[in-house]
Design a protein around this ligand. Structure first.
Ligand SMILES: [Zn+2]
Ligand SMILES: [Zn+2]
Ligand SMILES: [Zn+2]
Length: 336
């Protein structure tokens, strides 16, 4: 196959900043003159919220509060099947642009609460909140080295639509993190649809596998300094154009880069024995062992852990965000 060795003119977009672009609620005091009454949950708990915030963030409330529906005349909306606790997180996000407090249970991220919040955000058409939940789940999964539990995957597949980009993130978390033992050993049942999608993702080239990197043109100076293409394994010849990642030091030939796809480069522990000490736990921190094991963890942390680039860090906005209603996140150059 003839592949051009010309250096491509257009490199993929750089890293994107995490999170949804903030919105200012303090700019116009007149926006705070009208409130809408919401009656949430079976006990009809009363919330008085500023109409401008609801209308700005959600086409659902735009229709309900400014349209000719009945609800717009008396300004009260009843949502009896939404939990008050979950709705409070929604309100906090509306006013502060944060999901606060971050739901934890027994020191572990309560992903199920965030999934329920996502269901509410979907129903009430808060696109910005959906993106914020996606960001928070990605950050929590990294910070606490955890992923969803089997029952969480059942919520994800039974109650959240298959078009939701959140599904893509969850699948990527399992595909790109070291989750083999967890999948194998967990005593509870993973959702069958989730397992099927995960198999397909691991077998099939995907775009986020390339987009996760911080790519730049790279010309190896000598045979000593070169590497093999991470996709096709061809040795990249000196003084010929290739593409490399600044963060994880992988490289690709121009042909593979041009295809723009690769297989999920999941962490399998190769070249990094210390990984065994950091085996992960569903929805928790690294598994806690006895004293002996803890000692091992302490020692191994001195060694810099090899980590591949992850799509939820390198291409978060392109892969997992929705921006039909909200402004796209700003591109931020990362260390270049
Ligand atoms: Zn990389
Ligand atoms: Zn290649
Ligand atoms: Zn975005």
């Amino acid at each position: 196959m003839a592949r051009s060795s010309a250096i491509p003119m257009a490199l993929p977009p750089p890293y994107t900043s995490s999170g949804t672009r903030g919105f200012s609620i303090r700019t116009n005091p007149e926006n705070f003159c009208t409130t809408a009454e919401l009656l949430i949950g079976p006990k009809r708990t009363r919330f008085l919220l500023h109409t401008s915030l609801l209308v700005n963030q959600s086409p659902y409330f735009r229709a309900a509060l400014t349209g000719s529906f009945l609800e717009s005349t008396n300004q009260a909306i009843e949502l009896p099947d939404i939990s008050v606790e979950v709705f409070e997180l929604c309100v906090n996000w509306l006013y502060t642009n944060n999901i606060d407090p971050t739901p934890f249970k027994d020191g572990k991220p309560a992903y199920y609460t965030l999934l329920h919040l996502y269901i509410v955000a979907d129903r009430l058409c808060f696109e910005g909140l959906r993106n914020a939940i996606t960001d928070l789940i990605a950050d929590l999964a990294d910070k606490t080295n955890s992923v969803l539990t089997p029952s969480d995957t059942r919520i994800l597949y039974d109650q959240i639509g298959d078009e939701a980009p959140l599904r893509k993130l969850i699948l990527d978390l399992f595909a790109f993190k070291k989750t083999d033992k967890l999948l194998q050993m967990h005593e509870d049942r993973w959702h069958a649809g989730f397992l099927r999608d995960l198999c397909v993702l691991l077998k099939r080239p995907c775009e986020q596998s390339m987009q996760r990197h911080c790519l730049r043109m790279w010309i190896p100076e000598s045979w000593h300094a070169t590497r093999a293409c991470d996709n096709c394994r061809a040795i990249l010849p000196p003084r010929a154009g290739a593409v490399g990642c600044d963060e994880c030091c992988l490289a690709w030939c121009i042909g593979c880069f041009g295809d723009g796809v690769g297989l999920a480069g999941w962490e399998d522990g190769r070249g990094n024995r210390e990984d065994t000490a950091q085996e992960m736990d569903a929805s928790g921190r690294g598994a806690e062992g006895g004293d002996e094991r803890r000692e091992f963890v302490k020692v191994s942390r001195k060694v810099r852990k090899w980590e591949s680039c992850k799509p939820w860090r390198g291409s978060r906005c392109t892969v997992y965000h929705e921006h039909k209603e909200t402004e796209a996140c700003a591109d931020v150059f990362s260390g270049r």
